[in-house]
Design a protein around this ligand. Sequence first.
Ligand code: ZN
Length: 427
Amino acid sequence: MHSVDRMSALITRLFPICRSITGNGVRETLAILRETIPLQIDEVPTGTKVFDWTIPREWNIRDAYIKDTTGKRLIDFQKLNLHVVSYSTPLRCRMPFVELKEHLFTSAGNPDWVPYRTSYYNESWGFCLSENQLAQFDPNAEYDVCIDSSLKDGSLTYGECFLPGETPEEVLISSHVCHPSLANDNLSGIAVAVALAEALATAPRRYSYRFVFAPGSIGAISWLSRNEERLQMVRHGFVLTCVGDSAGITYKRSRHFKAEIDRAFLHILRHSGEPHQVVNFSPYGYDERQYCSPGIDLPVGCMMRSVHGTFPEYHTSADNLDFVRPESLVNSLEQCLQVINLLELNRTYLNNSPKGEPQLGKRGLYQGLGDGSTRRQHELALLWVLNLSDGSHSLLDIAEEAGLPFATIKDAADALARTDLLSLVQS
Ligand code: ZN
């Protein structure tokens, strides 16, 4: 199966599962990922301190509904798991609408959409429904309300896929795994991360790659708190989220602002010829917040298409399987692979003949390179690489300085390295 079909199939398969920050939904999700990529799954017990947080009790849910007194289900968790506020406490009773309505949440402006709500750290219960569904309730009637959930000591679950490379230096790729039936946020990020891991598993790797699949915020914090000694090996990283909708790519810089990962994304996006935007780091968003907290401060950016909170479908039932486009998933995957390819190949070289320009013609470096602008660009690239390969400029530095695509600079460096003119600086 082609990677696009595998990504779409994975999203379709994961979509119905009711995930939260703890519970069997996350376990079931990770078990499915483990069918295609090597995944170590860890459990962090309830009550464990993770930095400033404490792992809460584990939440699981089997069923929930609101019935009228004839027994008809007006709101049914079995039809859509967004109907229950995540982490709702168990409940079974009959109550008048006036009391029930304090626990009902709708999405303003789109009468058919059901919002997504959570109440992780504040014990309560609630139902989410569309405004059209709400209009069917009789203000004077009573309703049977059931939330068949449990909140018990258990654990928080996260998964980690490690692909060792030639060096122990790592690239960290992270995606949250805590949303229920929502496709773009966050199944698209999971699907692209899995496809990346599959592609990298069979590719030659200079860097080692670590994929973290953890519940948002507290999951990433748990992983960080239990892997602090490893963090010094992380050279580059990015979070993947909302990468399946039809918008152009948005890259959010790391807190370092000009880390190599930031420059790599900027370079690839600039030369992609596609609409995109690059935004500065802000302490809001996905788990880049944790990776870029001041005491951690990793060079980790965030790749997305539509930005969380800015598209109407965000955190509603309209973020469904139709909202995610196969061509967007493929494009997101390809951009990530190009960024990774750049990181892999971004080496520093030394010009062995730095006094005056070396004579390229006698080494055959001016020959057989097509004609017109391609040839001119290649010749320029040769001169840029020779001039800036003083041991302190990487190929990305040179590409940026020359205003040429990284691939053109890399081709020139390869051609020069085949002669006596250029040698690799071992890092
Ligand atoms: Zn979200």
